[in-house]
Every structure is written in structure tokens, then in C-alpha cells.
Design a protein around this ligand. Structure first.
Ligand code: AMP
Length: 288
């Protein structure tokens, strides 16, 4: 396993792989790796000859400085996990490497799908995501990149960014990985107490309740949202619970096409997100 810090070295390694007509499947992460990330690595292996993983806690996508500072940083453990997964290249750049000093500050334009949900709640977040992922794409030059549907909106934003930016990268979405109890895996779960983790199961239970209503024929977004948000609001500070079109991410009244049910909820001051797609006969990304 090669661990590369310098962007120039990473780009050279990619050029070398490409010159041998081998393909690169890329998984960008912020480290504190868990089973969700490892599942993305395995998906990447199915799509490319060489798997490259980046570990970079990107400061520009944190709209809350304290959240950035509290973000778990576990590089040594992460490198071991990558080694155990036979990852060929781990790219661990520094902030200065990704954002060279003295560089001209170019404004980032966002696709329409970035405007609601996380985009509305976390001003500047998707600007940071689009900026860092486009920088990583230019350095790593992947053929394929894998993103988790845990961050469904991010996946849609990256798809649109890839198209509009003219990047020749295939974007793969990978279903949410959960604990056996149903909690969506997240690096942020490390900040929850044992009790908090149990409480956080309310999120996936709410998704299941919504899926149940939907399967029984309920198609009113408002009715589903109200029913599942009420118990959450009793126990937690709920940032949002929304149903939007799964493609455009625009608000939906009556569900006639696949719709995304997305939520952001604070449990013990930790902001957790979860989602599922409500669509007839959907198995993928279901909250089970
Ligand atoms: P992060 O390190 O949180 O930036 O996540 C890196 C990638 O892993 C993103 O594409 C996430 O959507 C994905 N990811 C994180 N948690 C999960 C999960 N529980 N299931 C599937 N993908 C995940």
C-alpha cells in the first residue's frame, strides 16, 4: 500500500496507472473509517483495477468551526484498516497541499440540487464539498468514484458537478450501511454515548415507520412527515424532516415518483443525518 501526501506525487502515480491502461476507482473520505467506508472500498474494487482512497478532513465544508475541531481524527487506525482492505493507494494530503497558499479564490457555482436540505441548513457546506471533490478529481484523475447514499444529496450534487464540470468520472452511489440495530454508520457516532447511540435508533425507526405508511398506500408527503416527525420532536432538536423528489430534490406534495425522505436530527449535540428512498418495490437504500 502506497501512502501519498503530496498532490504532485499522487497525480504522477495516477498517470503511471493510466499509462498502463489500468483503471482507477476512487473513494474520498474524511477518515475515522468504519464499516460504511469499507463497504465503499469493496464496491470500488468492483469498478476499477486500482482502488485509491483519500483521507482528508476538509475544513472548507464545515460551516461550524467547532464541528470541524471535534471531528474524529484517527489516521493510524485508518491506515491499518486500508491495509487490511488491500487498498493500493491512500492519499492523505495536508490542507496546504489541497489549498495552496496565494492561490486565486475562484467562486464555486452550485447545481440546483444543492439548494435544499443540507444546503439550506449548512450554508457554505456544498461549496466546500464541490471545491474539494473537484480538486481531488483533478489530482487523482479517477475513472470511477464511489459515494455513499448516506449523504444522498451530496451524491446528487457530485453527479451534477461531474456533468457540468466536464469530468470524465463515473459516479457510483452505494447503499447506506447500518449497524445490526439499524443505526446508519457515521464517524460522528463516535461522539455519542452508549445511551445516545440507543436513542439515535429513533431515526431509522422513523424511516421504517414512513416506509410502512408508504407501503400501505399513503402518498401525502405532509402526512408521512408529520406522523414521523412528531415523536422525534419530543426527544430531539429536529433540524429538518423532508420529502423531496429523489432526482431533482425539489419539494413534493404527493409522491408519484421515487422520493427521498431525508432528516437531520441532533442527538446529544451531534448532528446526525439519515434517509431512505420511498418508491414502489424499492429494496436499495431501504431503512432495514
Ligand atoms: P465521510 O468520511 O463521512 O466524508 O464519508 C466518506 C464517504 O463514505 C461518503 O461518500 C459517505 O456518503 C460514505 N459513507 C459514510 N457513512 C456511510 C454509511 N453508513 N453507508 C454508506 N456510505 C457511507
Amino acid at each position: 500500500m502506497k501512502v501519498i501526501v503530496l498532490p504532485g506525487e499522487m497525480a504522477a502515480a495516477s498517470r503511471e496507472i493510466r499509462s498502463q491502461s489500468r483503471t482507477i476507482a476512487f473513494v474520498p473520505t474524511m477518515g475515522a473509517l468504519h464499516e460504511g467506508h469499507l463497504s465503499l472500498f469493496r464496491e470500488a474494487r468492483r469498478h476499477g483495477d486500482v482502488v485509491a482512497v483519500s483521507i482528508f478532513v476538509n475544513p472548507t465544508q464545515f460551516n461550524d468551526k467547532a464541528d470541524f475541531e471535534k471531528y474524529p481524527k484517527t489516521l493510524e487506525r485508518d491506515l491499518k484498516a486500508c491495509g487490511a482492505e488491500n487498498i493500493a493507494i491512500v492519499f492523505t494530503p495536508t490542507v496546504e497541499g489541497i489549498y495552496p497558499a496565494g492561490e486565486e479564490n475562484k467562486p464555486v457555482s452550485l447545481p440546483e440540487v444543492a439548494s435544499r436540505l443540507e444546503g439550506a441548513s449548512r450554508p457554505g457546506h456544498f461549496e466546500g464539498v464541490v471545491d474539494v471533490v473537484s480538486r481531488l478529481f483533478r489530482i487523482v484523475q479517477p475513472h470511477v468514484a464511489v459515494f455513499g447514499l448516506k449523504d444522498y444529496q451530496q451524491y446528487r450534487v457530485i453527479q451534477e458537478m461531474t456533468r457540468s464540470g466536464g469530468y470524465d468520472v463515473e459516479i457510483i452511489g452505494h447503499p447506506i450501511v447500518r449497524t445490526p440495530e439499524g443505526l446508519a454508520m457515521s464517524s460522528r457516532n463516535e461522539r455519542l454515548s452508549v445511551e445516545g447511540r440507543t436513542k439515535a435508533l429513533m431515526l431509522s425507526k422513523a424511516l421504517k415507520a414512513a416506509q410502512y405508511l408508504f407501503d400501505r398506500g399513503e402518498r401525502s408527503a405532509k402526512i408521512i412527515v408529520n406522523k414521523i416527525a412528531a415523536p422525534l420532536k419530543k426527544d430531539f432538536h429536529v433540524d429538518y424532516v423532508e420529502i423531496v423528489d429523489a432526482e431533482s430534490l425539489e419539494s413534493v406534495d404527493v409522491i408519484t415518483r421515487p422520493a427521498l425522505l431525508a432528516m437531520a436530527v441532533f442527538v446529544e449535540d451531534v448532528r446526525l443525518i439519515d434517509n431512505c428512498v420511498l418508491a414502489p418495490n424499492t429494496v436499495e437504500n431501504s431503512p432495514t
